[in-house]
Design a binder for this molecule. Structure first.
Ligand code: HEC
Length: 281
């Protein structure tokens, strides 16, 4: 029953004239053009909201939900996960080495990810780098999405607070960027919805008990403790959830599709400071 109501709500959103009006979003050619276009779209939509503010997602655009969130942030539910992550970071591998040997700059790594590896011709995310570090040292890789990897990311994000998003798109990485962009604007699932329809065109509107957050700033605050999950989760876990909402088959966590998608949407937030981990409903 709930699902049926949701579908009706979605079709109402899809029929809104703003969907057609969003055509210019798909026109831009270079990533720099995209960035300008996307930013000006949101800046017009939310006048007075400074760029940094987008790091707070829905709480930047809805006063009522912001108040509750600020109260939660006073005793953040992600704190124990940051502690667990710190212990994991400091625990030596069986060969005596540790994460610090794979990440020479220390745990504050957010500004370095995701990046495009020219030799391997693929996008490297922080999670992938963590697991490749473990495997290179004869350790078992971690399960993606939640659990230990989320705790480790929580600690790394905490240490990275204040760094700025800085994804560079080069001629070599343009294809991966464009694939991510295509993913974002492609309709999928039984409800035939694209990411952009919810997080661009319908931003600020209500779906069930949720208000749709802007695409801008969606990557700054991961991992997230979600009340709905009662747990910490990663960005790709959230992608999975959004695809389930439109009844689309999810992709593999840390597979190429989600990594390209992450590359595209993180670039959109260039210049916005990292403020993870965070809490979301
Ligand atoms: C049917 C509408 C809908 C579609 C389609 C959709 N989402 Fe969402 N998304 C939501 C809702 C609702 C939330 C929770 C409220 C919010 O933060 O926007 C959310 C949250 C998110 C968040 C977390 C925001 C934060 O501040 O933590 C991310 C990231 C996200 N979506 C990405 C995507 C991506 C990528 C796609 C396409 C694969 C997508 N969404 C498709 C409805 C949608």
């Amino acid at each position: 029953m709930k699902k049926a109501i949701f579908a009706v709500l979605l079709s109402a959103l899809a029929a809104a004239p703003s969907v057609q009006a969003a055509a210019p979003v798909a026109k831009a050619v270079t990533p720099a053009d995209d960035l300008k276009l996307y930013r000006s779209y949101f800046m017009k939509k939310f006048p007075g909201l400074p760029l940094d503010g987008y790091a707070n997602g829905v709480y930047a655009i809805d006063r009522a939900s912001r108040d509750g969130w600020e109260a939660i942030e006073e005793f953040p539910p992600y704190e124990p996960f940051v502690e667990e992550g710190k212990a994991l970071w400091n625990k030596p591998f069986k060969n005596g080495k540790g994460y610090k040997d794979c990440f020479p700059g220390g745990p504050a790594q957010n500004k370095n990810f995701p990046y495009f590896n020219k030799v391997r011709k693929t996008v490297i995310t922080q999670e992938l780098a963590i697991n490749e570090c473990l495997q290179a040292n004869g350790e078992e890789p971690l399960k993606y999405g939640k659990g230990k990897i989320a705790s480790l990311l929580a600690y790394m994000a905490f240490e990275s607070r204040g760094q700025k998003t800085n994804v560079e798109i080069t001629p070599e990485s343009l294809e991966a960027y464009n694939k991510g962009k295509q993913f974002y604007f492609a309709r999928r699932g039984q409800l035939n919805f694209s990411c952009a329809q919810c997080h661009f065109q319908s931003v600020g509107q209500r779906i069930r008990s949720d208000i749709l957050s802007p695409a801008l700033g969606q990557t700054t605050h991961w991992p997230v403790y979600r009340a709905t999950w009662g747990d910490m989760g990663t960005l790709h876990r959230r992608f999975e959830g959004c695809l389930e909402q439109v009844r689309a088959a999810p992709f593999k966590l840390q597979g190429e599709e989600y990594r390209n998608l992450e590359f595209f949407i993180t670039h959109m937030s260039n210049g916005i400071p990292f403020n993870g981990p965070s809490f979301r409903k």
